[in-house]
Design a protein around this ligand. Sequence first.
Ligand SMILES: Nc1ncnc2c1ncn2[C@@H]1O[C@H](COP(=O)(O)OP(=O)(O)OP(=O)(O)O)[C@@H](O)[C@H]1O
Length: 196
Amino acid sequence: QVKGFVHKDRSPPPSLNDSLEGEIQAFLTDEDQLHTYDDLTKVNPVTPTTVLKCLQARYSVKVFYTHAGCTLVALNPFQPIPHLYSLDVMKEYHCAPQPQEFKPHIFIVAEEAYRNVQGQLEPVNQSLVVSGESGAGKTWTSRCLMKYYATVAASSSVVKSQHTVERIEKRVLDSNPIMEGLSKVTVVSKFKVGVN
Ligand SMILES: Nc1ncnc2c1ncn2[C@@H]1O[C@H](COP(=O)(O)OP(=O)(O)OP(=O)(O)O)[C@@H](O)[C@H]1O
């Protein structure tokens, strides 16, 4: 009579690599959910494969910005997306009590730095570093930031005519090629927008 039976599995225990691979596959199974990760710190496990799959999924549903903690990942849509950068969208982010609760956008980063300067909290001077490989969209992003500052700065002071707003914006934007040509660094008032 067999009173007890213990099956001894002679196969080696799964290695760390196998279990990570299993976790990655499990994460990727839920393909329809991948685009919903608006912050890459929520991705688990964080690996090049899982992060890139999420970004790819977001790109395919035309979502081009994703948080990664305090960093913002911007994907180049390689096509004009005018509604993403309209004056109304700028106003929405600028006037929101908590812009960070909105969808990830370069305007969240812009607004946060703007509020820090206005609030005079240390460090008052703010730097935004825009980095990426050639063609990633650094110049585009820097221009976006400057357009944002030109617009919100003009709208928040004394009520100015549309002509004045456009003049400020043009001056700021026109300074970009000179500054970029000099040192690849553009400086807007107290804001620094670095281009690597
Ligand atoms: N968010 C965006 N929406 C629409 N077009 C974009 C966006 N970002 C970049 N582009 C387009 O992609 C192209 C490359 O962008 P950009 O010139 O900004 O790259 P870069 O990183 O500054 O390149 P380099 O380092 O070679 O100067 C441009 O034609 C630009 O208009």
